[in-house]
Design a protein around this ligand. Structure first.
Ligand SMILES: [Zn+2]
Length: 327
C-alpha cells in the first residue's frame, strides 16, 4: 500500500495551510471580510494625507492670499497717504511762492512813495507785521492764503493812492492858482477844496486832522476878491501845506514845535517865510492909482533865523525812506 499516494489529508494538512492561504489564513485575525483586502487601508491613508496636505496647502494659500491682500491694502493706503502729503507739500510750496511774490509786489508799491514828506502815509510797521505773519504761517497753507489776501489788499490800497495822486497832480480841475500850487507842493497827494465851510469866518484856508490831505480855501474871500493876488494865494497855500506836513508827521512835528512854543500857526507861517522866497506877512495891494489894500496874512509873528533853521531841519526829517523788509 506503499504505492498509494499519501493521503491528501496529510499533505493537505500542511499543504492546505499554504494552498488555501487566502481563505484559511485565520491566524491574522478573525477571518471576516475586511481582512480580505489588506491594501485598501494603506491607499486611504495616502488620500487622507494627500487631502490633508492639499487642505493645508489651500489654507496656506488662503492665508497667504489674505496676507498679500492686506499688504496690498496697506500699500495702497500708504501710497494714498504719501500722495496726499505730496499734494499738501506742493500746495504749501505754491502758497509760499505766492506769498513771497505778493510781498514783493507790496514792497514795490510802497517804494513809489520813497522820498515823499509824509512819514505816516506808508504804514511800514503794518508791512512788517504782514511779512512776519507770512513767515510765522509758512507751514500752514490755509492761513497763508489769508495772509496773501491781506498783502494784496494793502498793495491795492497803495497802488490806488499812487494812481489818484498821479491823476490829481496832472490835472487842475478847479482851474485855480490855489489848486496849481497845492498840486505842486503836495505832489498830487493833497486835494484842493474851494469851500471855507470847515474853517470858520476868519480863516482864508484850513486843514482838518480828520482829512489831512485836503486843503480848504475860502473861495469867496480869496479867489474872487480884488485885493487877492497869486502872490498872496501862494503864501496862503504854503501856510496850509505846512499844516498838512504837521498832521502827516506828528512825531517830528512835536519836536519842532518846541521852538515855536507849541504854536502850530506860527510854525506854519515860518514854513512859508522859510521856503517861499521873498514872502512877508504884510502886503500893500494897489487896486487903482490912489487905492490900495493893506493885507495881513498869517498870525503876526515873523520867525527868526534860528526858527527857520528848525523848519529846514524839520522838513529834511519828514522823508519816507523806503527800505526792504527781510522775509
Ligand atoms: Zn493855519
Amino acid at each position: 500500500m506503499g504505492s498509494y499516494p499519501p493521503p491528501p489529508g496529510n499533505d493537505a494538512v500542511s499543504g492546505t495551510h499554504r494552498a488555501t492561504s487566502p481563505n484559511t489564513d485565520d491566524d491574522t485575525g478573525s477571518g471576516d471580510e475586511p481582512l480580505a483586502t489588506p491594501g485598501k487601508p494603506r491607499r486611504r491613508v495616502g488620500v487622507v494625507v494627500a487631502i490633508s496636505l492639499l487642505s493645508a496647502a489651500l489654507i496656506g494659500l488662503g492665508v497667504g492670499l489674505t496676507f498679500t491682500f492686506l499688504d496690498l491694502q496697506r500699500a495702497v493706503a500708504l501710497i494714498e497717504e504719501q500722495q496726499q502729503e505730496l499734494e499738501e507739500q506742493r500746495e504749501l510750496i505754491d502758497q509760499k511762492e505766492t506769498f513771497s511774490q505778493a510781498a514783493t509786489e507790496m514792497m514795490a508799491a510802497a517804494a513809489v512813495f520813497d522820498g515823499l514828506p509824509f512819514s505816516t502815509l506808508v504804514d511800514r510797521r503794518y508791512h512788517e507785521t504782514l511779512i512776519e505773519r507770512g513767515w510765522t504761517h509758512r507751514w500752514n497753507a490755509t492761513v497763508l492764503r489769508h495772509d496773501i489776501d491781506d498783502v494784496r489788499a494793502e498793495t491795492a490800497v497803495l497802488a490806488e493812492l499812487a494812481a489818484e495822486a498821479a491823476t490829481e497832480g496832472a490835472s487842475n480841475a478847479s482851474g485855480t492858482y490855489y489848486e496849481e500850487i497845492t498840486d505842486q507842493l503836495g505832489r498830487g497827494f493833497v486835494t484842493t477844496a474851494l469851500d471855507a465851510a470847515p474853517c470858520g469866518q476868519e480863516a482864508w484856508g484850513c486843514v482838518s486832522g480828520d482829512d489831512p490831505f485836503t486843503v480848504y480855501y475860502d473861495h469867496a474871500g480869496t479867489v474872487d476878491e480884488p485885493y487877492m493876488t497869486d502872490w498872496i494865494r501862494a503864501g496862503v497855500a504854503y501856510h496850509e501845506y505846512a499844516h498838512v506836513l504837521q498832521f502827516m508827521n506828528p512825531k517830528q512835528t512835536d519836536a519842532a514845535l518846541e521852538s515855536f512854543n507849541d504854536n502850530v500857526e506860527h510854525m506854519a507861517d515860518c514854513y512859508a517865510l522859510t521856503f517861499l522866497e521873498g514872502w512877508t506877512l504884510d502886503h500893500r495891494v494897489w487896486v487903482g492909482s490912489y487905492t490900495y489894500w493893506d493885507i495881513s496874512v498869517g498870525y503876526g509873528y515873523v520867525c527868526d533865523s534860528g526858527q527857520r533853521q528848525v523848519i529846514r531841519d524839520w522838513v529834511a526829517s519828514l522823508t519816507y525812506d523806503h527800505q526792504p523788509i527781510a522775509q
